[in-house]
Design a protein around this ligand. Structure first.
Ligand code: AMP
Ligand code: GLY
Length: 436
């Protein structure tokens, strides 16, 4: 039977999901707030709608005749879109609002870890009285990370000793008007992501990825949604060993055990510290950009995972091509603080394929938040598009991504050239060696 799949969301992550379903035996329909030209091109239908409106998504699922759904963005999960689709009989690979709290409520997330003895939980306290939070900051012996409890698109966290000092931390909790904050021990080390596909109690993990949240080269500037990311041809990254990776897998498995009936992607953001692997946060969906590293090397049919999840059968074991990937986002000038929209986006996909072939690899273009007008494709104020290089080594994958980006008309666009370059990867290795 041909499945009809509804994809919710229109970013680079969702373009990667769409692409993973393109060769599968399914009819793909998509909906998002913005029309993503890459998704629209491979989908049988594309509807522009507010993805945080469960009724609108459900109505479109009905029209499309969907029997399965995949939700990309956290805001849709928080709004209960999975609940609405499940209730309508459309099996949704994405947690219900209640289970998505593992991402959408950071205070819940930390308390959940503590109550269930999940390994890797940093020392923390939660506050809804900001005077008490300020006092805690003054009295705490050491640096803290200050986290608004709710969703902030990855841009609300402030880390003492890194971005701000003690006075600024006090001012931040007092002035920013958050209802609830989590104050937790500052973790020092190297960050990495492990994403798992989860359903019916089964957990299938994917290779580790390292994202780059800071806006500018050398890890400078404000945090963004993620400027780019890389993965290696092995499950772990060059600065980690297999035991570190397995420690992260253990955290994910313990979390799924403690979460009753979780389904969808469970994304663990980890810090490899001098005391082992710690949890920075969980997300209830694929990472963006990390999905663009993971799905291109997934050899297992993603549709088979979705249908097994729906049928209540065992999830297939995942197999991955032994390839490294480097993903680089092109973002509008001024992103994330003062982004300027309206620059033309021109990427020569045929040229990209030729460049990749020269390296014996692959180049993939993923559209994100662009404005698809009659006379061409233009930037908006969010991340515009990403290029992923896939090859035998991180170095070659990086060269592919750079070569394609250099053809992509850089006027009005910016990117981090350092992501995946040997120098930066070596810095990560040296950093961990210093810590151990
Ligand atoms: P989040 O919104 O939770 O992803 O946090 C954004 C970024 O803040 C993370 O990727 C980390 O770089 C940083 N961060 C969050 N929590 C901590 C922590 N406890 N210690 C150090 N850095 C942190
Ligand atoms: N790459 C970070 C995120 O998806 O939240």
């Amino acid at each position: 039977m041909t499945e009809t799949v509804l994809l919710v969301g229109g970013g680079g992550r969702e373009h990667a999901i769409a692409r993973a379903l393109t060769d599968a035996d399914c009819a793909l329909y998509a909906c998002a707030g913005n029309k993503n030209p890459g998704i629209a091109r491979v989908a049988a239908g594309f509807e522009t709608l507010e993805t945080t409106n469960p009724t609108a998504v459900r109505t479109y699922a009905d029209e499309a005749g969907a029997d399965l759904a995949v939700i990309g963005p956290e805001a849709a999960l928080e709004a209960g879109v999975a609940d609405a689709l499940d209730e309508a009989g459309v099996y949704t690979f994405g947690p219900r609002e209640e289970e998505a709290r593992i991402e959408t409520d950071k205070a819940f997330q930390r308390r959940f870890m503590r109550e269930n003895d999940i390994p890797g939980c940093p020392d923390f306290e939660t506050f809804d009285d900001m005077d008490a939070a300020a006092e805690y900051i003054r009295e705490y012996d050491g640096d803290l990370a200050i986290k608004p409890a709710g969703l902030t698109g990855g841009k609300g966290v402030r880390v003492m000793g890194d971005q701000i000092d003690e006075d600024e931390a006090v001012e931040y909790v007092r002035e920013s008007g958050y209802d609830r904050v989590v104050l937790e021990e500052r973790l020092v080390g190297e960050e990495f992501t492990v994403q798992a596909l989860v359903a019916n109690g089964d957990v299938r993990v994917t290779p580790a990825v390292q994202d780059h949240k800071r806006a500018y080269e050398g890890d400078d500037g404000p945090n963004t949604g993620g400027m780019g990311s890389y993965s290696d041809a092995t499950l772990e990254l060059p600065f980690m060993n297999r035991d570190d990776y397995m420690e992260a897998v253990d955290v994910i498995e313990s979390t799924v055990d403690a979460l009753d009936g979780y389904k969808g992607v469970l994304y663990g953001q980890f810090m490899l510290t001098a005391d082992g692997v710690k949890v920075v946060e969980f997300n209830a969906r694929f990472g963006d950009p990390e999905a663009m590293n993971t799905l291109p090397v997934l050899n297992t049919d993603f549709l088979d995972v979705l249908t097994a999840a729906r049928e209540g059968s065992e999830l297939p074991q995942l197999s991955f091509a032994p390839k490294a990937t480097v993903c680089k986002y092109a973002v509008p000038d001024g992103y994330p603080t003062d982004p300027e929209a309206g620059a033309a986006v021109t990427v020569d996909e045929d040229g990209a394929a030729e460049i990749a072939a020269d390296f014996d690899g692959e180049a993939i273009l993923y559209y994100a938040s662009v404005d698809d007008r009659e006379d061409g494709i233009y930037t908006t104020t969010s991340r515009s598009f990403a290029v992923v290089g896939v090859a035998g080594s991180i170095t070659e994958a990086e060269e592919i991504a750079e070569a394609v980006l250099s053809e992509a008309g850089e006027d009005g666009l910016r990117m981090r050239h350092d992501i995946g370059k040997p120098d930066l990867v070596q810095q990560r290795i040296d950093h961990v060696e210093e810590l151990r």
